[in-house]
Design a protein around this ligand. Structure first.
Ligand code: MG
Length: 357
């Protein structure tokens, strides 16, 4: 028996298999079915958000260390993370709630910097914080503050258009939201931009490392891009933000819930040269590193090219690529390597960078 069987460890918060087991074996076990279920997408679906009475509902806590890092801060992540988890199901966020836990000794100047950043992110996303809570704890290991942002989103015409487009090519499509479980063999997998930027930016701030360039976090609300994409092009059956555990974990979620495999092509995966170099220096796999401004899309094959060219014309999606396809030939994730071989992409046990969000 190891510590991870008897105690909570840092890996339990790192987004890979260890965290998924914690959520499944403890949180879902105790909470699911406590009262009669009225959720269309319930807790046990373990998707990016839940759906109850046609309202998409999401809660997300943030404990990034340090609270300020290149390209962002804890407040910008907290707003963007919740907005993006609501948006990837196909809903538009309508209201947020924010609960702060502030640490004794936090400077007012730092608190105001975080609040200013949250206000800016709310303005970008077009949604207000309408309720919340503030607590203070003694000086300890919080690193200044942690916070929770929850939110609600509503169904809108963009999602109806998206579904109508899917049904042109897949008559039997019965999905009402863009869920991880909606994929079918032949669907194309797209990524909206370069991978690993956020995790490496936070790691550089944690360790005081310089990689000879400006690697900045990609943290941003993506709801307008997503709404425009599904409202004008359409054909996106499943969508996910590639946060802790990175692309590898997100693809495994798709595979597990859709009961299919995914083949990706190494030469199509967008990674900045400086991020790739930093990963090589540190022995990290960029496919396992978290992002805060990137989505993975599963799309009907007939619309994949159109979705790609739409994304490429947006500032958030200019580096988008079609990186692979869904297959019934195997389960899990495999990668066609640049030199012509095939490699299994195992599900990460946890994001290699701790406290990235
Ligand atoms: Mg998510």
């Amino acid at each position: 028996m190891t510590t991870k069987d008897t105690h909570i460890t840092m890996l339990h918060g790192a987004g890979g298999t260890v965290m998924h087991d914690l959520v499944k074996n403890y949180i879902v076990k105790y909470f699911a079915g406590a009262a009669p279920n009225i959720a269309e997408v319930p807790l046990e679906a373990m998707d990016d958000a839940a759906v109850v009475n046609d309202i998409v509902f999401k809660s997300d806590s943030h404990a990034v260390k340090p609270i300020f890092f290149p390209g962002g801060d804890i407040g910008r992540i907290a707003i963007s993370g919740t907005v993006n988890d609501i948006a990837v199901l196909g809903a538009e966020p309508i209201a947020l709630a924010c609960g702060f836990v502030l640490e004794e000794g936090l400077l007012f100047s730092e608190f105001e910097r975080i609040l200013t950043s949250m206000r800016q992110a709310c303005t970008e996303a077009g949604v207000n914080i309408v309720t919340g809570d503030t607590k203070v704890v003694e000086k300890g290991a919080l690193g200044g503050c942690v916070m929770n942002v929850s939110g609600m989103g509503k169904r809108n015409p963009a999602l109806e258009h998206n579904i109508a487009v899917i049904k042109q090519y897949r008559k039997d499509f019965a999905g009402r939201w863009m869920l991880d479980s909606n994929l079918k063999a032949g669907d194309k997998i797209l990524v909206s931009g370069t991978l690993g930027d956020h995790g490496i930016a936070v790691l550089s701030a944690q360790e005081g490392l310089k990689f000879g360039s400006d690697i900045k976090s990609d943290v941003k609300p993506l709801n307008h891009m997503i709404q425009n994409l599904i409202g004008t092009v359409g054909g996106a059956v499943a969508m996910k933000d590639a946060t802790r555990g990175g692309l590898a974990d997100a693809l495994h979620e798709f595979c597990e819930k859709s009961k299919l495999g995914i083949l990706i092509h190494e030469d199509k995966i967008p990674i900045r040269e400086d991020v790739r170099t930093a990963c090589e220096m540190l022995g990290l796999d960029p496919l396992e590193i978290g992002n805060e401004g990137k989505i993975i899309i599963g799309a009907v094959p007939e619309k994949a090219e159109e979705i790609l060219s739409f994304l490429k014309n947006t500032p958030e999606g200019k580096d988008a690529q079609i990186i692979g396809e869904v297959t019934a030939e195997f389960g899990g994730v495999a990668m066609q390597t640049a030199v012509g071989g095939k490699r299994i992409i195992a599900r990460p046990i946890g994001d290699p960078v701790p406290r990235i969000c």
